[in-house]
Design a protein around this ligand. Structure first.
Ligand code: DON
Length: 422
């Protein structure tokens, strides 16, 4: 933990984006957050040194005694701090927390092997299901960001996110039909309902039949809920021997709950928003989620994080990932298709304008500068609702040049990240 301790103690120079992000009104509502991130109102400027001595001390305590956080004095300090703010977590909850190591989820796309995050993240399954549906179309021939290709990709997202909403949650609590969801035959079934010339309708989507557990369809646990009516970090690393690591870690929103755990000096997340707090009511990212992801004691929330590694002929080809809530999945898919289907290099693929669909709300999100007005009109003529937004996500990716073995790092031009080699 030494590097992290050093950075916390001696500080880091803030980028423009980091300094800007600290102008957060909600941070100012919590005295410790206001003190640490806003110097009590004397806001940090880009280039300022930002150090966190309390965090350094906390990390040192954990380094000296690894179970300090969950079982030691720190667990009691943290629980007391949470309860002081009206939170529910107890020292016993912390003591009972278990870290789980899980096998990744695997699929293939046009001969490439896709290795990604397993449940309780939906990231890997939803990515692989989307790609399985798309594998039946020659996207490269249709052309990068052509109306045809966007139509098909949005329809694939619609279907995969629909399944996500209904079936996915913590595998320790609910049985997930993972094998069926990532089955190529199931994707073939989905393609049969996909009209090449008309937008689908999320409310009328019917799942293909003949797939065991999936046959219970929307009737049993509709994510619509009967009649009731941003911060994450990603980094990719490859070492000199070709070992690859793809890491996404999340506090959920920017600065999490905005609450700092007192003198412990770190922020508390607002991860409860990743659960279905009420079926039929969208979460902070507009996601409708189902009973499978309902809140329960000891349960882990469903995530969309999709740290992903792609192999070609057993060799490392891409390391991908991003923040962005549900848009993580479409971001990783956009980048992956940029390279595999449209022949972009990794930097072009990361910077390319993105689009997103998540079943509900039933619309294609595009970046403001993302598509030509002609393409938008073609999509609208098919029946798609188009919502233009400022940019989102932050792809931090690596590609391996097949011939030279050279590592090509691509940090998203939208953010303040950086590709480095040493
Ligand atoms: O795990 C998830 O899916 C969310 N907690 C991620 C939130 C996120 O990426 C916000 N970043 N912009």
């Amino acid at each position: 933990m030494q590097p992290a301790i050093r950075l916390a103690r001696h500080g880091v120079r803030l980028t423009y984006e980091e300094a800007q992000s600290m102008h957060n009104r909600e941070l100012a509502e919590f005295p410790d957050s206001k003190r640490i991130f806003q110097r009590d109102g004397k806001f940090y400027e880009p280039g300022d040194l930002f150090s966190q001595p309390e965090l350094a001390r906390t990390l040192e305590r954990i380094a000296a005694r690894p179970d300090e956080f969950y079982k030691g004095a720190m667990a009691h300090e943290l629980a007391a701090e949470i309860q002081r703010g009206g939170g529910l977590i107890t020292a016993q909850d912390l003591a009972e927390y278990e870290v789980k190591e899980r096998a990744p989820i695997k699929g293939t796309y046009r001969g490439y092997e896709i290795i990604s995050a397993p449940p309780p993240s939906s990231g890997g399954i939803t990515l692989i299901e989307t790609l399985n549906i798309l594998e039946g179309y020659d996207l490269g021939k249709l052309g990068n960001r052509s109306a045809d290709a966007i139509h098909l990709t949005a329809e694939a997202f619609r279907r995969a996110f629909y399944d996500r909403a209904e079936f996915l949650g913590d595998p320790d609590f609910v049985q997930l039909p993972v094998a069926q969801l990532i089955d190529k035959k199931y994707a073939t079934g989905w393609r049969e309902s996909l009209d090449l010339t008309r937008a689908g309708n999320s409310k009328e989507l019917r799942r293909p039949s003949g797939f065991g557990e999936l046959d219970r369809s929307a009737a049993a646990h509709s994510p619509y809920g009967g009649h009731e009516s941003t911060n994450t970090t990603h980094y990719s690393v490859v070492d000199s021997q070709g070992n690859a690591v793809s890491v996404t870690t999340t506090l959920n929103d920017g600065f999490g709950s905005r609450v700092t755990a007192g003198k412990l000096g770190f922020l508390l997340n607002n991860e409860m928003d990743d659960f279905t707090s009420k079926p039929g009511v969208p979460n902070g990212y507009g996601l409708l989620q189902g009973e499978a992801n309902a809140i329960a004691p000891g349960k882990r929330p469903l995530s969309a994080m999709a740290p992903t590694i792609v192999l070609k002929d057993g060799k490392l080809f891409l390391v991908l990932g991003s923040p962005g809530g549900p848009r993580i999945i479409s971001t990783v898919a956009n980048i992956l298709m940029g390279v595999i289907d449209y022949g972009l290099d990794i930097k072009q693929a990361v910077n390319a304008p993105r689009f997103h669909h998540q079943w509900e709300p039933d619309q294609i999100y595009i970046e403001k500068t993302g598509l030509s007005p002609d393409t938008i009109k073609l999509l609208q003529a098919r029946g798609h609702k188009i919502k233009q937004e400022d940019y989102w996500s932050d792809g931090e990716c690596i590609a391996v040049d097949a011939k030279s073995g050279e590592l090509l790092g691509a940090s998203d031009g939208r953010g303040g990240g950086r590709a480095v080699g040493y």
